[in-house]
Unconditional design. Structure first.
Ligand code: ATP
Length: 241
């Protein structure tokens, strides 16, 4: 018997008025995998993530999660099912403390204070800088720290699927390295991740499988290693000519 993928997207179409952002996209993510979507500006990567988390409606096609059709399910119900997104641009609550931002990630869970505290401590193990800064307003932290917080906040939902939309965006190379180290650590703990990135080299290195999205179409797919060797990817996304 073939296992049902955790996430299966079939012929997804999304439009913004006359703009067709996704033109029939089909991808899947199996439990325990890290899958990455690479693609240039405007390819439709963020739109795909928003449609999975329920922030953008599908014009056609289906989003299946654990074999259930969630295409028309509101976003908050998807969070309860186990889909959590760390959005592009981070979007932490700037006036709230780090600790309160993290607790907001768990708002839908019926967890006891002791369980929440244990989960906070688990995030602090992965992200030690957040422990030191837990009483600091999130808006006063550096870009890299806010990115860590956004990922940790998504993890507080105890997701079955973690959606990471361009976690390296606008960050210095050293911080990007740290972010990818965190992604590798999460992967080794078995967290299932769908990662959208423009940093194709690092994303392909951490990914089990990958898709290339170009102007609303999936044009190439394969293992991370296959795509890193692919001359089309090397020329278009890895800066090699
Ligand atoms: P980037 O890497 O630059 O963030 P992306 O691959 O995430 O790009 P999307 O943000 O998904 O791309 O955008 C896909 C297309 O849809 C683009 O042509 C964009 O201009 C258009 N688009 C995105 N959001 C909207 C919107 N709210 N209204 C109208 N058009 C939109």
């Amino acid at each position: 018997m073939v296992d049902t993928p955790l996430l299966k997207i079939e012929n997804l179409e999304v439009r913004y008025g006359a703009v067709e952002a996704l033109k029939g996209v089909s991808i899947h993510v199996n439990a325990g995998e890290v899958v990455t979507i690479i693609g240039g500006n405007g390819a439709g990567k963020s739109t795909l993530m928003k449609t999975i988390s329920g922030l953008e409606p599908a014009a056609a096609g289906r989003v299946m999660f654990e074999g259930h059709d969630i295409t028309r399910m509101p976003g908050y119900q998807r969070v309860a099912l186990g889909v959590a997104q760390s959005p592009e641009g981070r979007q932490v609550f700037p006036d709230q403390t780090v600790r309160d931002n993290l607790l907001l990630g768990a708002y839908h869970r019926k967890a006891s204070a002791a369980e929440l505290e244990a989960d906070l401590q688990a995030q602090f193990e992965t992200f030690p800088r957040l422990r030191e800064r837990q009483e600091q307003p999130a808006g006063t932290m550096s870009g890299g720290e806010q990115q860590m917080l956004a990922i940790a906040r998504a993890l507080m939902a105890q997701p079955k699927l973690l959606l990471l939309d361009e976690p390296s965006l606008g960050l210095a190379p050293l911080i990007v390295k740290e972010i990818f180290a965190v992604i590798r650590a999460l992967k080794s703990r078995g967290v299932t991740i769908l990662l959208v990135e423009q940093m194709a080299n690092q994303a392909l290195a951490v990914a089990d499988r990958a898709y290339v999205l170009e102007t609303g179409h999936i044009t190439i797919e394969g293992t991370g290693a296959e795509l890193r060797r692919d001359p089309r990817i090397r020329a278009a996304y890895l800066g090699e000519h």
